[in-house]
Design a binder for this molecule. Structure first.
Ligand SMILES: Nc1nc2c(ncn2[C@@H]2O[C@H](COP(=O)(O)OP(=O)(O)O)[C@@H](O)[C@H]2O)c(=O)[nH]1
Ligand SMILES: [Mg+2]
Length: 313
């Protein structure tokens, strides 16, 4: 029997989730390397272009190539064949510097405010997060502060049931800040629980949305010292440059302490993980690789690079 939830099973799932990016990156890089007899400027130029196509961004691509060039100069690299491994190692080194998983204290109340535009995957990510936290034996409450659409509350309710998390909600169209206030009152009575707050993401009323989010944030901090402990911005990886623009906006308006990048399974431009970490300087906490409950993972540089580059299987 295949162990789909064991370490290997989870890794294979990640690999499968990243298969579009793997295909693009590996095929291109291998074609370039196999077609080259020596390491020269032309080879570096081609590699850099392949990396940019995979959306790692020009900054990171440039840095990677520079680092490879230094290795060649130090004679650590002599033939194109070993370049692939060097690329993998260098990518890992750079990403490790950006690795910063969410650390949740085992005791006390911990609050996560989840923000992002409609459709980016907030509610789904909250469901998966709740599931993960429950597996780690935390108490979890999800808070339906996206009250704008009735369907949004129902969707969260469904996920709360799947994950076995408590749901805090009010009547449809309730004031979202009132829901948050409610949740914080509940938090005051708990010794130890993670509160995950779902919020609206309608962008056509941007100013109102940002004001509403700021108000929620203020109320949380007023009721529970240190809250929100994390402001997690959810970004859709398939939107590329747009995701970066959104991140800048949310960062400037309300402050963002961590990122979740969803739908990596839907894009060949998974290099955007790297780009976002690099260009925004916000820790990448989680990556989403599918629609199921187990399809959210803490971002780990080594695992991510291994899943991108491992060829057997
Ligand atoms: N393939 C894939 N789909 C996802 C992922 N995360 C979310 N989705 C889908 O994206 C759509 C929008 O998600 P939702 O959570 O409702 O977004 P919200 O409007 O930000 O709350 C839904 O159909 C989700 O199933 C992911 O990692 N991979
Ligand atoms: Mg939603």
């Amino acid at each position: 029997m295949e162990d789909t939830n064991g370490k290997r099973g989870l890794f294979d799932r990640l690999k499968k989730g990243l298969s579009k990016t793997r295909k693009l990156l590996l095929t291109d890089v291998d074609d370039i390397i196999l077609g080259s007899k020596q390491i020269d400027q032309a080879l570096f130029d081609e590699l850099e272009e392949a990396l940019v196509v995979a959306d790692v961004g020009p900054v990171f691509a440039g840095e990677l190539i520079e680092s490879l060039r230094e290795k060649v100069q130090r004679k650590e690299l002599s033939a194109p064949g070993i370049l692939r491994n060097a690329l993998r190692e260098t990518m890992q080194e750079i990403l490790l510097k950006n690795e910063s998983p969410l650390q949740i204290p085992s005791d006390g109340v911990y609050t996560i405010m989840v923000v992002g535009v409609n459709g980016s995957g907030k509610t789904t990510t909250i469901g998966k997060l709740a599931h993960n936290f429950k597996k780690e034996k935390h108490s979890v409450a999800v808070v339906a502060a996206d009250t704008f659409r009735a369907a949004a509350v129902e969707q969260l309710e469904l996920w709360s049931r799947r994950a076995g998390a408590r749901l805090i909600k009010q009547a449809p169209n309730a004031d979202p800040t009132a829901v948050v206030f409610d949740a914080m009152q509940s938090a005051k009575t708990r010794k130890s629980e993670i509160f995950i707050i779902d919020t609206a993401g309608r962008l056509h009323t941007k100013t109102n949305l940002m004001e509403e989010l700021k108000k929620m944030k203020r109320i949380m901090g007023r009721e529970i010292p240190g809250a929100p402990h994390e402001i997690l911005l959810v970004l859709d990886a398939t939107t590329g440059q747009n995701a970066i623009a959104q991140a800048r906006m949310f960062k400037d308006e309300i402050g963002v302490t961590g990122l979740a990048l969803t739908k990596l399974d839907g894009t060949a431009k998974g290099g955007v993980v790297v780009r976002i970490a690099k260009e925004l300087g916000i820790p990448l906490r989680f990556i989403g690789i599918g629609e199921q409950m187990d399809d959210l993972r803490p971002f780990r540089a080594r695992e991510f690079v291994d899943a991108l580059f491992e060829t057997n299987g």
